[in-house]
Write a protein that binds this ligand. Structure first.
Ligand SMILES: N[C@@H](CCC(=O)N[C@@H](CS)C(=O)NCC(=O)O)C(=O)O
Length: 294
């Protein structure tokens, strides 16, 4: 291993604003709001404030799956939170999530409205509210919650660890890239061995465990996050790829991944969603074509 010049930490850490790599402008060592701005509120009981990152997609897929099952109470307004521009630090957002991260759901069917942050908590709350995508059998439920929490504990090594050092750090460092590549490959192997025996994460039942894991590890398997498919040889995880393809083909998943998307092909971006008909009329390609016409 090449040994770069060693960093000797000072006695007390100080904030070097210039040296945080990509996203340095939004990373801060303090919490709380930076500006006053209320949250917009639409017509549905469920108000989502999010962005189509893997953590955001978990929730929009869940809501679209609930609607596809016929749960009309799952209708929602989805508002775009541009984390690159610091929307997560507005006073209204911080009131809903003191941790300043998407996704956040406000449920206005209660008085006062209920706030839920952390994507795993949001999935669990929705599953319980609509009695869907969470097995009722006690041992299957335990399996489902185990995999749900596995995802919540594992993905930070993928995103904050591997993804940060492989794709976003100001320069490439062998030690952290090696360490996190090994961990991420281990995680993919955990999934691959499990999915060799099981169609979904909990047997034949599609659950919130799949909905939580797919946006991160399905995207990774297809080389769609951090452009690391070849580096991690993700094609070799055959069972993860088979499971990824089956979930990607679900109509609700196709819709869910479009919501709050502000990058990629314009026809796949539904930046805000307020009605089911928006998928047909309000994708970014249509909005921009209408604007061009005047
Ligand atoms: N554990 C959280 C993670 C949420 C998270 O990391 N969100 C990122 C986008 S994927 C975010 O909002 N980042 C903005 C920031 O760090 O300022 C969850 O699953 O909800």
């Amino acid at each position: 291993m090449t040994k770069p010049e060693e960093y000797i930490p000072p006695k007390v850490w100080t904030w070097d604003k210039e040296n945080g790599g990509q996203f340095a402008s939004i990373n801060r060592p303090i919490s709380g709001s930076t500006h006053d701005k209320d949250r917009p509120v639409g017509k549905h009981p469920l108000q989502l404030y999010s962005l189509a990152t893997p953590n955001g997609v978990k929730v929009t897929v869940m809501l679209e799956e609930l609607l596809a099952l016929g749960h009309k109470g799952a209708e929602y307004d989805a508002w775009l939170i541009n984390i690159g521009q610091g929307d997560q630090f507005s006073s209204g957002f911080v009131e809903a999530n003191p941790n300043s991260k998407i996704p956040v759901l406000m449920d206005h069917s209660t008085t006062p409205p209920t706030r839920v942050f952390e994507s795993g908590a949001i999935l669990l709350l929705l599953a319980e509210k609509f009695n869907a995508f969470l097995p009722s059998d006690a041992s299957k439920r335990a399996e489902c919650l185990s995999w749900l929490f596995w995802q919540m504990g594992s993905a930070p090594y993928l995103g904050g660890g591997f993804g940060h050092f492989y794709a976003y750090a100001p320069y490439k460092m062998e030690y952290p890239i090696n360490r996190f590549a090994m961990e991420v490959k281990r995680q993919l192997d955990v999934l691959d061995r499990h999915l060799a025996e099981s169609r979904f994460m909990v047997g034949d039942e599609y659950t919130i465990a799949d909905i939580a894991i797919w946006p991160w590890y399905g995207a990774l398997a297809k080389g769609k996050v951090y452009n690391a498919g070849e580096f991690l040889d993700t094609a070799s995880y055959k069972n993860v790829n088979r499971w990824t393809d089956e979930i990607a083909a679900r109509p609700a998943v196709k819709r869910g991944r479009m919501v709050n998307r502000a990058y990629g092909p314009l026809e796949e971006q539904l930046r805000e969603r307020h009605d089911a008909s928006d998928f047909a009329t309000k994708t970014q390609d249509k909005i921009e074509a209408a604007e061009a016409k005047g």
